[in-house]
Design a protein around this ligand. Sequence first.
Ligand code: FE2
Ligand code: FE2
Length: 154
Amino acid sequence: MSLAYWQDDCKVNHPPIDQEHHHLLKLLEDLYRSVLWDHSEDILQALLDTLFRATLEHCETEESLMEVFGYPDQISHMEHHEEILALILNYCLTLEQGLRPLSLDDVHDLAACLNRHISTDDLKMVQFVQHQQKHDGAMMTQAINHRIFATISP
Ligand SMILES: [Fe+2]
Ligand SMILES: [Fe+2]
């Protein structure tokens, strides 16, 4: 069975952000395959931990970008980040406490939630940032991108 949560239409046309979204959706594909192939709970737990850390790091990157450019919808955007992180954490705790196994529907729900956020909130935020960058000029844009993205591991 082929599975691709990452599609070209997920792109928001900001290469570093697109790269991070691609990474997150690939991790979700790994998680989906692990559930499908009935991997052990230890493996699923490790994948969920990796996904949580990568998502947290990504959210912090976007929040730095919103902060630097004074994005007006920053608060509601951050609330959506909290919801996505809470969903992942909830799956981690459910597994850890042995309440129920992780299902394919759980992974699909998480991917749908992330894809929806990317194609609406993230796209809108990136368009705002790029509009602001046009006013700031290339030198300033380069300096800001260097400051925000140089500290982020791929
Ligand atoms: Fe976001
Ligand atoms: Fe994002």
